[in-house]
Write a protein of this length. Structure first.
Length: 349
């Protein structure tokens, strides 16, 4: 089968088209014919190299997969064969205390497709049957691939960790990112008021079209002061800060959060070494919450909401599998609003 791989960490130029052996479904597994695979910023980090990450080479990136079940292994319901599916990107042991309690993303053996397990930049992939979900009929393959990782991440951040509630004001950094678009929709679906930051007028207009109540350019030197001038924010601050940018915005996020408010973070795209003034945390009784991915069960509810049109993936642009390096360069320029997706094999339907 054809796959995009890299043999050493580096820039987009390390990505190359290769021929790999066709995988075979074993017990409890399904063989997926990949039709589309969405990019995430995680792909750029893994390609460039992460501290402590040791990968067998060549490595295949790609966490978000939509495709067709080509075959199933022993012990798997045979009716999955031939079905269009979305793949949950989280892999876990399924037997430890965390897995059995519904917190499989805290499993000591937790892995993510494309990060520390082979991913979907390929024509075929084998995944556990427990990771299969039916593709919503109202989505094509490209749209379906734009759902799993970012919506699951944003759902856990807002619903499970921060417990977003009607009427609360949620500040979303980098709203044009995949996780930002998902967070905006989830917050609005649950009655929250969204204030959004992005680096272009076009992204802010798209955010308002999705329901953002107020928007501010994040590249303005006085963006924090502009937020304070909004009636939704003012001196009080916001109820929840949806953080995933890290060092560049962290100190402002602490200041903008109201007394007793919550900051929830899943990433640090601007840098990990953020400074925390602990007085901001204990004097103002802030909750600072970390979050990674989400439990497998939550994606079932998300897919149901997507199928009913209550949530919808936003695709900015698609590239062919062979254009993976170009897609990486495009994503790294941060020009997109929503997801960037690779198409694989037959034209997605």
């Amino acid at each position: 089968m054809r796959a995009i791989v890299f043999d050493a960490h580096g820039g987009p130029e390390v990505l190359r088209l290769a021929e790999l052996p066709d995988p075979v479904a074993g017990p409890g597994q399904a063989l997926i014919s990949v039709r589309a695979c969405a990019l995430n910023r995680l792909d750029l980090w893994v390609r460039g190299g992460l501290p402590g990450l040791r990968l067998p080479m060549p490595h295949v990136l790609g966490s978000d997969i939509a495709g067709v079940v080509e075959a199933v292994g022993p012990g798997v319901d045979p009716t999955w064969s031939g079905r269009e599916v979305v793949v949950n990107p989280g892999l876990s042991c399924g037997t430890c205390e965390s897995c059995l309690s519904g917190w499989d993303n805290l499993c000591p053996r937790y892995r993510i497709l494309g990060e520390n397990a082979p991913g979907g930049y390929c024509e075929r992939i084998v995944v556990p049957a427990a990771n299969l979900l039916p593709k919503p009929a109202n989505l094509d393959m490209v749209q379906a691939a734009a759902v799993p990782l970012t919506f699951l991440t944003a759902w856990q951040m807002l619903m499970v960790r921060a417990h977003v509630a009607p009427g609360q004001v949620v500040l979303i950094h980098a709203v044009g990112s995949g996780v930002g678009v998902a967070a905006l929709q989830i917050a609005r679906l649950h009655g929250a008021r969204v204030v959004a930051l992005a680096s272009s007028d076009a992204k802010l207009a798209a955010a308002r079209a999705l329901g953002a109540e107020a928007t501010v350019r994040s590249d303005a030197p006085d963006w924090e002061q502009q937020l304070r001038a909004l009636p939704q924010v003012g001196k009080r601050g916001v109820d929840i800060v949806f953080e995933h940018t890290g060092m560049g915005t962290w100190e402002a996020s602490l200041r903008l959060c109201k007394r007793g408010g919550t900051i929830v973070t899943c990433g640090a795209s601007s840098g990990f070494a953020a400074t925390t003034d602990l007085r901001q945390v204990f004097f103002r009784q802030l909750q600072v919450l970390g979050s990674t991915m989400g439990g497998k069960a939550h994606l079932h509810g998300i897919i149901d909401l997507v199928g009913r049109g209550a949530l919808r993936p936003v695709v900015d642009r698609s590239f062919s599998l062979e254009q993976a390096a170009e897609a990486h360069r495009y994503l790294d320029r941060r020009e997109q609003f929503g997801k960037v997706v690779l198409t694989v094999g037959a034209t997605p339907a």
